[in-house]
Design a protein around this ligand. Structure first.
Ligand SMILES: [Zn+2]
Length: 536
């Protein structure tokens, strides 16, 4: 029944089921009242106009009572039927490629995977407050561009009727997934993108089909153990400093991942966001249905060569085990990436620091379990979502930069893969030669009761995430990065004065210097907009 109603009314009428419930309640009340009245009237003998009844009640008094009963019955039925139902559904779809070798994203130089160490998935969640439906998907991928995500959203919309503006798709930023976006030494695998699009859509469609009445709660815990600033201010002249013609950055005082033993490092930039936020869904009987977590560390890494969902996938498996349910049947956990553009798992102030995807997943899962212990579950909360497109200038290379890079590559690299920073950024300069002067990006905000979610399509820094959370109108706010596209690192303007990897011009860092404040304010204005949304 649910399926038929929604397919027919899918386009632009998400409230059809809500109204159907109200109307059916109305007609049940009418039929019930009519039947009761007929039975009572049949007790009367004679005309009912002034003649006594079997019960000693005059017809005029009876009609008065009947009117009261009718009004009370209808009011009760309307109120009961108008109570909206909160529903949620989750699903996961395997996106591990079947053809090897395959280029993986995340490394500066060409990297080929010959096997999968653990499976890659798209994990999706659909929420429905009886008026508004929202879809959230997290893809085990390093970066997925806006065109790919838009294609998946459009495909999912055809079946579910959920408007594309109410779909949030983000990438986990695992560095061991097939290249779904051309960047540095690893060009996109076009066949994999064609494989990915219908599977992202299928996860959303299946989550929508899996929707059942649900309860919703949220919470937050700290997990600072694996959030460390990887950008360090270095002694003058000791930071990496490739040619400015290839990076667009003349001054480089900051350096990424200097190492514990490097005595030239002075202090970290920052600040960072150490918190884990979680949205938890339960079926009406309390069974775990789904959860969406968010944590601000880059990735954990994998010790052998191959594809892996990194700690993001491992976290989801641990959560299912901890909650005593089987992954995908139908419980699904989603781990989204927070604002980790300048954060990773490694503490460079300590010698022999070790971490892997298992210990990070365990620590984050423990934090999520503690946050869920304090969560209060509601039977219904209002949903709202807003989206905004913004255009930003691109830090394009000049004609002289491109000419210098072409000459350098012809002389030193030729057709072979790039091997170091200098070669790599020369190649990036040439690859950006024909880029447009502006790029349009999408920002979003979601309201799930008193939980707000803000999204940016960039590798956003910790300070930006903290500022959004602090100024947010919501009691608890989650900030998801690499959402609805991938438009590179988003250093705040003062970070360009320090230079370093994340500021160097490439397909991984290209928005204008002033983009960060604009994006931060854009997300905040959307959060304010959804916070003010009215629901019955
Ligand atoms: Zn990265």
């Amino acid at each position: 029944m649910k399926f038929e109603i929604r397919i027919v009314k899918a386009d632009g009428d998400p409230g059809s089921e809500h109204r159907t419930r109200r109307m059916s309640g109305f007609w049940v009340a009418m039929v019930g009242t009519f039947t009761t009245s007929c039975l009572a009237l049949s007790r009367f003998r004679g005309s009912g106009l002034g003649l006594p009844s079997d019960f000693g009640v005059r017809a005029s008094e009876f009609l008065g009572c009947l009117l009261v009963i009718c009004v009370l019955n209808l009011a009760s039925a309307y109120c009961h039927a108008a109570l909206p139902i909160f529903r949620a559904g989750a699903a996961m779809v395997d996106i591990t490629p079947t053809n090897f070798p395959i280029r993986t994203a995340g490394n500066l130089t060409l990297t080929l995977a010959h096997k999968a160490i653990d499976p890659l998935n798209v994990r999706a969640l659909v929420l429905d407050d009886s008026q508004t439906q929202i879809a959230i998907a997290v893809v085990d991928s390093c970066m997925v561009d806006r065109e790919t995500m838009d294609a998946a959203k459009t495909a999912a919309r055809y079946v579910t009727g959920i408007p594309v503006e109410r779909m949030l798709i983000s990438a986990t930023h695992t560095h061991t997934a097939p290249a779904a976006y051309s960047c540095h030494g690893n060009d996109v695998e076009p066949a994999y993108v064609r494989f990915l699009i219908p599977r992202i859509a299928a996860a959303i469609i299946q989550a929508w089909r899996n929707c059942v009445p649900a309860r919703v709660g949220w919470g937050k815990a700290e997990c600072s153990q694996f959030v460390h600033c990887r950008r360090w201010i270095m002694r003058p002249g000791t930071a990496e400093d490739p040619p400015a013609a290839f990076t667009g950055q003349a001054t480089n005082i900051a350096m990424m991942n200097p190492g514990y033993a490097n005595t030239n490092k002075i202090r970290q930039t920052g600040p960072l966001d150490p918190s884990v936020t979680v949205l938890s869904l339960q079926a009406a009987d309390g069974r775990p249905l789904a959860l969406l977590a968010n944590y601000s560390t880059h990735y954990a890494g994998v010790s052998e060569t191959g594809l892996s969902a990194d700690y993001f996938g491992e976290f989801c498996r641990v959560m299912a085990k901890e909650l005593g349910v089987e992954e995908g049947k139908p419980f699904v956990a989603l781990m989204s990436n927070g604002t980790s553009g300048d954060a990773n798992c490694i503490d460079f102030t300590r010698p022999n620091w070790k971490n892997d995807r298992f210990v990070v997943a365990r620590a984050v899962a423990d934090a999520v379990l503690s946050a869920m212990k304090d969560a209060r579950y509601r039977d219904w909360v209002p949903l709202a979502m807003a989206e905004q497109k913004r255009s930003f200038k691109v830090r394009l290379p000049s004609r002289q930069d491109v000419a210098a890079a072409r000459e350098y590559l012809a002389k030193n690299v030729g057709d072979r893969p790039t091997h170091n920073w200098e070669e790599n950024y020369a190649r990036e300069t040439v690859k950006m030669a024909d880029w447009p002067a502006k790029k349009t990006i999408k920002l979003q905000a979601l309201r799930i009761g008193e939980l707000g979610i803000g999204t940016t399509p960039c590798e956003t820094f910790g300070s930006t995430g903290l500022a959004i959370k602090q100024a947010s109108p919501f009691a608890l706010t989650m900030v998801v990065k690499l959402a609805n596209g991938c438009h590179g690192y988003l250093p705040p303007p003062d970070q360009f004065e320090l230079g370093g990897y994340t500021t160097w011009r490439a397909r991984s860092s290209y928005l204008e210097v002033g983009a960060e404040p604009e994006i931060k304010h854009g997300v905040l204005s959307l959060l304010n907009q959804v916070a003010l949304s009215k629901k019955p």
